[in-house]
Design a protein around this ligand. Structure first.
Ligand code: ZN
Length: 778
């Protein structure tokens, strides 16, 4: 009770009159508080959708999309000072001082309207006009005006002047479907509001009141008059100086409106789709010039390819070191050429990798020590099970340096190397390199993985190449390779031996060193090219979004020239120095590229990855004994006795030699003219000649499927053998049935039935070789 008495006492001390006043004031304040809390948000909710906008790294607009109600209306943003001064001077001189309602201008308006007996002047403040715009521009009546004035007052209590001006500028009409300062600024002057001149800001300031004035023609003199009068006003108020005024008066009015840019259509789509907080403005790392150039280049080439039935292309440019996207062109046909396929964003689409993964296998094997940079790898007709890859060229080299196999993009060496390295290990390398699309099992992909049996996205492919370069440069990179191996790989991709048609492109680019790789997928469905320097990574894809193949779709004539064209528009780039501390000197066989063995006749010093342990010794060099004149091969026994004739009693000449087994020599000697096959043995030689011939095909322990001919008859296989001596005669026998003999060209065509078979070949010296293989049912 004590407390209650205390309050009662206190209340009595305040006079009744004062208490009533207090209640009125506090309930008024409470009411206002309620209004500020309730009314404005409901109003703001009425705001219609905004245009999506994409800006480059410097804030330049690169792409925009009309809002859902077909209006160009950008989300509110800061109002630059020139437009702010111009609009306040023109529309609402006392904007900064009133509370939403300007009694002076209302009085003047009532006076003017009464004189002319109609509404000629609104007397509306910018705040009231903002409310009007938020209400969707209803009919101008006195009750509506009063409502606007009331809400304007509440608005002023709730929002800052800055915020109100931002809302006004975002919703003001600027003619046609152009709403808001930003859309108007791009549409009429092709630049952001912050870069408008005083004359331009003044032009835009007079428009919201009479947006129809913007259309050129009869109205332009009125618009000019209004603009100039506003400029004069700004001068009179000391906002601009005389020099600025006279220059501004000279400026011309905007002519034909600029189309709003649409140069990053797919990237904007991508950002909208991936935006979590319903953003409408996207400030990106794109570079305006690079985006425009890339867009122009791929559109140009794509139009050429379209004549040959290749409709689509895409290109991506990354900042190599930061992986930031500098240009993103997800497809071609913006002109309406590809109505259906244009919407597909190839950069995010999963497509066959073609040969793009080969450098990652090379780098991995340099690190594991399974390869030295120029070590010979096998390139002969190969079947693995029923799988028979080919090189896309009708020629085999027998053996080819691994670096050259990479830059010539030979398929057979890649398949054989992958078999040695292991699929699971390679899939692991790919995942560590940043590829997320390899979700199937190693068995499911099989060895064709290295030829494009799996799918990648352009974005991940470009990043993996950029990361390889970053590793070579010694920057932070997720790339799983050592710096030494990454450097050797990118150096090979920049300087390696190319097929003739690709070599032309390289010379075209001789001013820039670029590590690059092309790739054409099976069935000519995807043509890739990725090039990388320490500064830029350029990825290009050409093909049909539908996946339709085309015989003209070859990376060398489609994606490669586009990639080089894009590089030619980019600034000069650098190249990483050889990371001496990450490499070890290695003595290798000059012929085979393997670590030099005791029998290698010629050696040289190269650098290998520091990480590689115990590289393999040269398996091809051996010591050979000849007659003293070097004319024949001969053992010591061959040089004694009557039969030895003039050589009787002489000592054999023993030399170190690079000698290939016949099945490799058969192909190798045709492409390597410097290779000297060994001479024949002396004619009376009878010692073991176990390696004087070899069966090239079939190989032992393998399964084959022979396709049925088109007419339904059983298909045939061509068995092959290679001999060291051109005099050799081979006798062919299959399962105990003599097939025939061959001289010079050792090929035998047979059509074995399904089941297990034994091939026996005998030469004229009596050497016997056998092959065991199985023909599978189709
Ligand atoms: Zn050797």
């Amino acid at each position: 009770m004590k407390v209650f008495d205390l309050i009662k006492n206190r209340l009595c001390k305040i006079s009744r009159k004062k208490a009533v006043l207090l209640i009125i004031i506090s309930s008024l304040l409470f009411f206002l508080l309620l209004c500020t809390l309730i009314i404005p948000p409901s109003l703001l909710k009425k705001s219609p959708g905004y245009s999506y906008a994409l800006y480059d790294t410097n804030g330049l607009l690169l792409g925009a999309r009309v809002a859902s109600d077909e209006q160009w209306r950008f989300e509110p943003s800061q109002v630059p000072v020139k437009f702010k001064k111009a609009i306040i001077t023109y529309e609402d001189k006392r904007f900064n001082y009133h509370l939403g309602v300007d009694l002076f201008s209302i009085a003047r308006a009532i006076n003017q309207n009464a004189k002319s007996n109609r509404i000629v002047s609104g007397g509306s403040t910018i705040t009231m006009q903002t409310i009007r715009l938020l209400y969707g521009n209803p009919k101008r009546t006195y009750p509506q005006k009063i409502r606007e004035a009331f809400i304007a007052f509440i608005f002023e209590l709730r929002f800052s002047k800055k915020k109100i001006l931002e809302l006004y500028s975002a919703y003001a009409p600027f003619g046609g479907n152009v709403v808001g300062l930003e859309a108007a600024s791009w549409r009429y002057f092709n630049r952001p509001p912050s870069e408008l001149t005083w004359a331009e800001a003044a032009t835009l300031a007079v428009l919201p009141n009479q947006p129809a004035l913007v259309y050129p023609g009869a109205n332009s003199s009125i618009l000019l008059e209004k603009r100039n009068s506003l400029l004069q006003n700004l001068y009179d108020k000391n906002i601009i100086d005389l020099k600025t005024l006279s220059m501004a008066l000279e400026e011309e009015l905007p002519a034909k409106p600029y189309p709003l840019p649409n140069a990053a259509y797919h990237y904007l789509d991508y950002l909208i789709y991936n935006s979590r907080n319903k953003k409408t403005k996207f400030y990106t790392s794109l570079d305006y010039t690079m985006q425009k150039n890339t867009f122009r280049i791929i559109e140009y080439w794509s139009q050429e390819f379209a004549r040959r039935g290749i409709d689509n292309a895409a290109a991506l440019v990354l900042d190599t070191q930061t992986l930031d996207i500098l240009a993103y062109c997800g497809n071609t046909g913006a002109d309406g050429r590809n109505e259906e396929s244009y919407a597909v964003d190839i950069i995010q689409a999963k497509r066959s990798s073609g040969s793009l993964l080969k450098p990652f296998l090379y780098a991995a094997m340099l690190d594991s020590g399974e390869l030295l940079p120029d070590q010979l790898v096998i390139d002969i007709p190969t079947r693995i099970g029923s799988y028979k890859p080919d090189n896309n060229i009708p020629k085999y080299s027998g053996l080819v340096p691994a670096s050259e196999a990479l830059t010539r993009s030979l398929n057979i060496p890649a398949i054989r190397e992958l078999q040695i390295f292991g699929l699971n290990r390679f899939l692991d390398i790919l995942k560590k390199s940043g590829f997320t699309t390899f979700t199937r099992s190693a068995d499911d992909y099989g060895l064709p993985l290295i030829l494009g049996g799996g799918e990648i996205t352009m974005q991940e492919g470009a990043r993996a190449y950029a990361n390889l370069m970053n590793k070579a440069c010694g920057y932070n990179s997720i790339s799983p390779f050592s710096r030494g191996s990454a450097w050797l790989t990118i150096e090979t991709l920049a300087t390696g031996i190319r097929p003739d048609d690709e070599a032309n492109w390289q010379s075209y680019m001789n001013s820039k060193k670029i590590a690059w790789k092309t790739g054409t997928s099976n069935g000519n469905r995807d043509a890739w090219a990725i090039g990388v320097t320490p500064q830029y990574t350029v990825a290009v894809w050409v093909g049909n979004a539908s996946g339709k193949g085309n015989p003209d779709l070859k990376s060398v004539s489609t994606s490669a020239p586009i990639m080089f064209d894009i590089f030619s528009t980019l600034p000069q780039t650098t190249w990483p120095d050889m990371p001496q501390e990450e490499l070890l000197p290695q003595l290798v066989c000059a012929h085979s590229g393997y670590a030099a063995g005791p029998n290698c006749p010629d050696t040289k010093m190269i650098f290998r990855s520091k990480k590689a342990i115990s590289p393999k010794l040269c398996p091809y060099c051996t010591t050979i004994s000849f007659t003293p004149d070097g004319k024949y091969r001969a053992s010591a026994e061959d040089l004694t006795g009557q039969q030895a004739g003039i050589y009787n009693g002489s000592l054999p000449k023993i030399e170190k030699h690079f000698v290939l087994p016949p099945y490799l020599e058969y192909w190798y000697k045709n492409t390597n003219l410097a290779y000297q096959p060994l001479p024949d043995f002396v004619p009376w030689h009878t010692a073991s000649t176990k390696d004087s011939f070899s069966i090239v095909f079939p190989q032992s322990g393998t399964n084959y499927i022979i396709p049925v001919e088109l007419d339904g008859s059983p298909g045939a296989m061509v068995m092959q053998a290679a001999t060291r001596s051109s005099e050799s005669v081979l006798y062919w026998d299959l399962d105990g049935h003599f097939l025939g003999l061959t001289e010079r060209v050792h090929e035998m065509t047979v059509a074995p039935s399904p089941g297990k078979h034994t091939l026996t070949v005998t030469d004229n010296n009596g050497t016997i070789q056998k092959r065991f293989f199985e023909i599978l049912e189709q």
